[in-house]
Design a protein around this ligand. Sequence first.
Ligand code: F6R
Length: 247
Amino acid sequence: PVTVYPDQHIASRQIAARIANLIRKKQALGETTVLGLATGVTPIGVYAELVRLYKEEGLSFKGVVTFNLDEYYPMKPSAAQSYVTFMKENLFDQIDIDMANVHIPDGTLAPEDIAAFCLDYEQKISAYGGLDLQILGIGRTGHIGFNEPGSAPNSGTRLVTLDDLTRRDASRDFGGKQNVPTKAITMGIGTIFKAREIVLMAWNKKKAFIIKKAVEGEISSDVPATYLQLSENVEFVLDEDAASELT
Ligand code: F6R
């Protein structure tokens, strides 16, 4: 289903409330919540609202387990552009999560260790019982995570090459496209698909064209997000601008 909100702030608060409800419901049952998390500008409002719920409304992240979708490769965790830094600044440093429960692909691996790391990432997710809820943004190439055009629907966590448009879109963060890594480690389409709930969010006119393709276009590896049309557990959460091309 597609849900359109008047603006991204209202939409972000709704998604944060959904995450908080899930965490509270599972805490009441003594169960762990396993969240799949995204970076980029899109989820910032969701994280800000989760921080507010922690600070003002007693939401606790103790016992919550998280797996991030992706990380650039190579990338030092301490670098300003790393997704580790992003997650600490926007969420983890501001809540009571146990950092031992946080998982982000490792941008410092030796090339020969990447395959084993990726297999282990998949196995860790499975060992926790799978992802309860995965949040996603969407790139202008139609990527989810860093599953660029050409990604297989059953793909797992792996090293990928970033699309030129993705590197251009990241160039501001890196002070020029030439400084953007050419590769990343990402959960696969198959990894994402196994989540019990998936929320893809998109805001602004800039995303309207790719949202039209993702929601209404032919299912194809040319636009990896179209695979989400095959899942019963996906909600596309949009603001009016991102939804503006939908028929
Ligand atoms: C980030 C990720 C990417 C982004 C996408 C949109 O972890 O996996 O798929 O969600 O590139 O990025 P923004 O939100 O910056 O437009």
